[in-house]
Design a protein around this ligand. Structure first.
Ligand code: NAD
Length: 369
């Protein structure tokens, strides 16, 4: 028995940003984005197609934290009248911030309380979101949760509510053409991690695995080409489609061990999310080979029949992109690594992982790298 569900309507294609007027449909909207010049231009195009924003919140920084989100919610609540819809223009940080703002119509404290102890769900609000991703990686435009970082306390929360699914994801790969090399790599690796993590996952099902196999195969195939040809729109289209498929895959499974390991690494060492959640993938893959026939079958569709050789190829793929698989290069010593793996296995995402503690300890704990 299995179920697959995703309610987000996806509009995809180069130039599709101009459809935004049809999606906003004359409603008053709040634009959430970064305060950076390239986004001023895109915001201008949105204003031409959908009319001017009733409110613009542009305080978004990478990995939105309590302070930033409290400010965003205050700005939103202060608008009179409160806009009917939120348009989120940016990467995962912007789309996740939009999810928090949509929930924080009664102020950020209500969201914070809910994150910290699960109480007061009835005080959270819901506002429709139109997500326009400008990175090809997080899949936040098709998931019902958002990352919230409590930098001071060194914690990462996930705000998870069904109403956080965007009503629409407007995915225009033209918006991604200007992404620099490192951001292109880190975001694509985030999507690769979503794909693989949805395969070695207790919540996997045939539909999520199908999306994941398609996404991972594409990313492994085209990312090396894209990093040397960043302005190639055809490759941007393919990587954006792969990231969307990866998002659909993990929208139904959530992530697993590599993500569970990654959050403290980002918090303690400042490693960008896409690198933190992907450098351990070859080690995690080695540990899970043989754990389940279904998982092995999914991985074989990507890596061929020899899975240990596939894990080696995955490692080579990362290294060739300039991504180290050596924990020491992320500032992690043996003691911290052991502690990270132990707590990751019992963390919420780690419990989705189908592998055994014993094999993980063997493959990751004992890994020299
Ligand atoms: P981001 O949104 O943090 O943006 C990083 C930088 O990229 C910003 O400085 C931004 O200005 C720049 N940028 C974005 N688009 C650009 C473009 N088209 N051209 C040039 N520069 C551009 O990056 P991200 O990797 O998309 O998001 C990471 C965040 O998403 C993390 O907080 C992570 O935890 C979260 N996340 C959420 C989900 C989810 O399902 N909700 C999944 C994975 C990750």
């Amino acid at each position: 028995m299995w179920t697959f569900e995703n309610p987000v309507r996806i509009s995809f294609g180069a130039g599709s940003l101009d459809m935004i007027g049809e999606l906003v449909r004359g409603r008053s909207y709040c634009l959430i984005t970064y305060n950076e010049p390239i986004f001023f231009d895109i915001s201008g195009r949105i204003a031409v197609a959908a009319g001017p924003a009733a409110l613009t919140i542009d305080n978004v920084i990478p990995n939105p934290d309590f302070d930033m989100l409290a400010e965003s919610c205050t700005l939103f609540v202060g608008a009179q009248p409160v806009p009917e819809v939120i348009v989120a223009l940016g990467g995962g940080s912007v789309i996740d911030a939009a999810k928090v703002v949509a929930s924080g119509g009664n102020g950020f404290d209500a969201v914070k309380r809910y994150l910290e102890d699960g109480s007061g769900e009835d005080t959270l609000t819901s506002i429709p979101i139109i997500a326009i991703p400008t990175t090809a990686g997080t899949g936040s435009e098709v998931t019902s949760w958002g990352s919230v970082w409590d930098t001071d306390a060194g914690r990462k929360y996930s705000l998870s509510r069904r109403s956080l699914y965007a009503t629409d994801a407007l995915i225009d790969p033209e918006l991604m053409v200007g992404m620099p090399r490192e951001l292109t790599i880190s975001t694509a690796l985030d999507a690769l991690s979503h794909s693989l993590e949805s395969i070695w996952n207790v919540n996997g099902n045939p539909v999520s695995t199908n999306y994941a196999v398609n996404a991972a195969t594409e990313i492994l195939d085209i990312l090396p080409e894209l990093v040397d040809d960043l302005g190639n729109l055809d490759l941007r289209v393919r990587i954006a489609r792969a990231a969307t498929f990866a998002g659909l895959a993990f929208s139904n499974t959530k992530t697993a061990l590599a993500h569970s390991i990654s959050y403290p690494i980002t918090l303690r060492h400042g490693t960008p999310h896409g690198f933190a959640c992907s450098f351990s993938l070859p080690m995690v893959m080695r540990s899970v080979i043989g754990a389940s026939d279904t998982c092995d079958a999914g991985l074989r569709r990507i890596f061929g029949s020899d899975l240990p050789a596939g894990a080696d190829r995955l490692e080579e793929f990362l290294v060739n992109l300039g991504v180290s698989v050596d924990k020491a290069d992320y500032g992690i010593d043996d003691g911290e690594w052991r502690e990270l793996i132990k707590s990751a296995m019992t963390g919420e995402r780690g419990r989705n992982f189908i592998g055994s503690q014993e094999r993980v300890t063997e493959c990751l704990g004992a890994a020299k790298r």
